[in-house]
Write a protein that binds this ligand. Structure first.
Ligand code: SF4
Ligand code: SF4
Length: 275
């Protein structure tokens, strides 16, 4: 979560690094003066699991969710699009905040759950440079130093972050892949494929079930059945498909004799296929 006055690099550089056992004191409820102030003019980068949880909560299709509630800026220095929660252009409010608080509270994004904790992760962790947490202190937030003392672990458990971390693991692996350190750029078709597989899960489902996809890839039948209705299973599969098609990893198996057809189909969409 970033409210624009924060400089992420400076925060990560200057904030004391916290382990899971480190403690902080924090309190937030409807009685606090600053209630929902943190839901205004804020940059919330969404993960695929965030999108999936919120579109399920709203009972809408992922394409509709993305269209209505997100923006995907794509600057010239970016290799892949990010998906960001769209604030109201006039009031700068999050579309989900109201007088009672967050209307999607049970399914709020990872960044909203974590606040006021942040997390930084090096691209290539080493024994001395590992992921760490840090406390975000902003003038607008009056919750610091009051109420309960938390360990970082307790906060993570209380905010329901473990599910988000578990289902987000495959996406995180994709993000930290060494492929992104190369000069190589994705084609517009590959960028579109990445966006669909990561975020537009209902469109990806149609791509899997309404094209020749399953005639080309050898996928376990139980998994195919699960993917028909279970967004999380399908999203996990989508990450494997991206590794196969973007990074040329053998994360999926082609059916016997399907290589030629798969190569032609992928070439048509601007991709190549490993031998
Ligand atoms: S600004 Fe801080 S204390 Fe106030 S509502 Fe947001 S998280 Fe809670
Ligand atoms: S999703 Fe909920 S918690 Fe997050 S900024 Fe919007 S209203 Fe606030």
């Amino acid at each position: 979560m970033n409210n624009g006055s924060m400089n992420p690099e400076r925060i990560v550089r200057d904030s004391p690094r916290m382990t899971r056992d480190d403690r902080f004191t924090f309190h937030c409820d409807t009685s606090i003066d600053c209630f929902t102030r943190c839901c205004h003019d804020v940059t919330i980068v969404l993960t695929p699991y965030d999108v999936l949880r919120m579109k399920q909560a709203l009972q809408i299709d992922s394409s509709e969710f993305l269209e209505k509630y997100t923006v995907s800026p794509f600057g010239k220095d970016q290799k892949i699009p990010a998906v960001i929660l769209k604030m109201d252009p006039e009031t700068k409010r999050c579309p989900f905040v109201n007088a009672g608080g967050c209307s999607v509270y049970a399914d709020r994004p990872w960044a909203c759950r974590m606040y006021p904790l942040g997390m930084a992760e090096p691209d290539t962790p080493t024994p001395t440079e590992q992921a760490f947490h840090f406390l975000i202190r902003e003038d607008l937030c009056k919750g610091h130093g009051a109420g309960k003392e938390w360990t970082v672990s307790d906060w993570i458990a209380a905010q329901g972050i473990e599910d988000y971390d578990a289902w987000g693991a495959a996406f995180k692996e994709l993000m930290l892949h060494s492929f992104w350190n190369r000069e190589e750029l994705l084609t517009p078709e590959q960028i579109e494929m990445y966006y669909m597989a990561c975020y537009d899960i209902d469109r990806f489902r149609r791509f899997v079930f309404q094209t020749r996809f399953l005639q080309l890839f050898d996928v376990d039948e139980d998994r195919v059945e699960a993917m028909r209705t279970d967004d999380c299973e399908l999203s996990d599969f989508a990450m494997q498909w991206l590794k196969f098609s973007l990074f040329h990893e053998k994360s999926l198996k082609l059916r016997h004799g399907a290589e030629k057809a798969a190569r032609a189909a992928m070439k048509k969409s601007g991709q190549t296929i490993h031998e």
